[in-house]
Design a protein around this ligand. Structure first.
Ligand code: XMP
Length: 491
């Protein structure tokens, strides 16, 4: 997909560094993708790369995926990092007769890669054992090999990558105004005159996906919103308003609150909850889809971190801590093709795309929200009353951090209702009521998270409002656990 966007392709040898590189490059507005190091030359050629990065193979691991000899003949610049240098040199010795090696790390080249003040690679440039920085020229492509990449700090590594991408590879700038027309064209090409179904959750990803597809194919898109009763305050109405009225997108809204409450009655075990919510969601979605007649595609807001996870682990499930809720399982049951138009994007890029599509900031800038919704924030048994209590507390928390100007600095803010009660005094009377906890974290990709400090006066205001305005809460706690060991959600 998106051929004309010319990615910088990272050939991954199974080290976590690949993920860091792809993220670092995207932040520098360079389109980059990870593929396994053993990728075939044809598959690589199809991606039409601006350049290649061989990422950091561990020199001491015996079973490295083999590099395909053809990568050298693609005629694109190669940056080999760390242990990958050995692989590249070996490959070159095996294949490249016409190479002109040891072009030499002149000061000019160093400056080009690291900027004028850096001199990282001046030392001992021609000792084979060290390979600090070697340039090799072949078919007009300059290959840069850096052995001691590990010793570079993040900033220097970022500069090097950016300069390699922009100066050597001439990678075009990666911005969503350039991505949008390519994505629209790709959706039109794939879908033709067929029909697309899209589930909406109120979250950023599904909203952006629906708006994007609608812009591409108009009325060939139908959206379904299942109101599970586990959504945030006003969420279902917000989606209906936007899709029905503003975008005029075909929207089927189903109120399934009673069915979810019934299915979840008496269930407190987190995984059991997640499975019940996921399965019922699929049932209802499928029922609605059937009423619409045959649909050819199911649109999903799969993001690039999901793709990387399945690439790196072989299967995302192998290391998952919680069973994630999406519409997985549906494509096989419904015999429908998947359409994943933002699968190459990170969350911040999806948000930028949403802004390109003129979606309102209240939706685009929204914090992530889990598929099973308030179901996994209502710790212990779920009842309608507890859900309403939690929904109100969540709304107050979000309202106050927005008012304090903190919302956009926080990756995710959430309230959980705990499965304990505590004694308190309200209006001069003893009460025995619910306890909730506030959590605000910062994260880049949700794999790790750090607590965000909220000023005391704001915390006090939120606590007072929650205790005074919500009938069943008399105590508010603050959760400052980082991830790991705690996950972002409680369940
Ligand atoms: P955890 O709790 O695993 O969450 O640290 C990481 C991020 O994922 C969100 N999350 C989900 N998102 N379906 C989703 O689409 C899910 O089942 C789900 N569970 C957690 C969570 O809110 C956080 O942003």
């Amino acid at each position: 997909m998106k051929k004309s966007l010319k990615p910088l392709v990272i050939l991954d040898f199974g080290t976590p560094r690949s993920r860091q590189l792809v993220r670092l490059l995207r932040e520098k507005q360079v389109y980059s993708l990870i593929v396994p190091a053993s990728v075939s030359t044809d598959a690589l050629r199809n991606l039409d790369p601006a350049g290649l990065i061989l990422c950091d193979a561990d020199q001491y691991r015996s079973e490295q995926p083999p590099l395909q000899p053809g990568i050298i003949t693609l005629g694109r610049p190669v940056l080999a990092l760390g242990g990958a240098v050995r692989h590249f040199i070996q490959l070159q010795a095996d294949t490249a007769k016409e190479a002109t090696p040891d072009y030499g790390p002149s000061q000019k080249v160093n400056e080009k890669l690291f900027g004028p003040t850096q001199d990282h690679c001046d030392k001992d440039t021609d000792t084979e054992a060290e390979y600090p920085l070697i340039l090799v020229r072949q078919d007009e492509a300059f290959h840069v090999l850096i052995q001691n990449f590990e010793s570079l700090d993040d900033e220097t590594a970022g500069t090097l990558l950016e300069n390699f991408a922009k100066i050597y590879c001439q990678a075009p700038p990666w911005t969503m105004d350039r991505f949008l027309p390519v994505a629209l064209e790709e959706i039109r090409r794939l879908v033709g005159s067929r029909k697309v179904l899209c589930g909406l959750s109120g979250g950023v990803d599904s909203t952006v996906v629906a708006a994007l597809i609608h812009q591409a194919i108009g009325d060939q898109l139908t959206c379904v919103l299942v109101d599970t009763g586990l959504l945030r305050k006003g969420e279902a109405d917000l989606v209906k308003e936007l899709f029905d009225k503003a975008f005029k997108i075909k929207l089927i809204a189903v109120n399934a609150e009673d069915r979810f409450l019934h299915a979840l009655q008496g269930i407190s075990e987190p995984e059991e909850k997640r499975k019940i919510i996921g399965a019922l969601f699929i049932d209802i979605f499928e029922e609605e889809a059937k009423k619409l007649g045959h649909m050819d595609f199911l649109a999903q807001g799969t993001l690039y971190p999901d793709i990387i996870e399945s690439l790196v682990t072989g299967s995302g499930d192998a290391v998952s801590v919680k069973s994630h809720h999406n519409v997985g399982g549906l494509p096989e049951r419904m015999q429908i093709q998947l359409l994943e138009p933002v699968r190459d994007l990170f969350k911040d890029e999806v948000r930028a795309l949403g802004r390109e599509l003129k979606l309102p900031e209240i939706l685009v800038g929204r914090h992530p929200f889990p598929g099973p919704g308030l179901g996994v924030r209502c710790i212990g048994a779920i009842t309608r009353e507890r859900l309403d209590t939690l929904r109100e507390a969540d709304a107050i928390f979000i309202e106050e951090i927005r008012a304090a100007g903190l919302y956009d600095q926080i990756w995710q803010a959430l309230v959980c209702l705990l499965p304990v009660k505590s004694v308190g005094i309200k209006n001069g009377k003893r009460v025995w009521e619910e306890v909730c906890t506030l959590r605000a974290v910062h994260s880049v990709d949700a794999m790790t998270a750090q607590p965000v400090p909220i000023p005391d006066d704001i915390l006090q205001k939120i606590t007072l409002r929650i205790c005074e305005e919500i009938p069943h809460i008399s105590r508010v706690l603050l959760d400052i656990s980082p991830k790991p060991p705690a996950t972002i959600e409680w369940e």
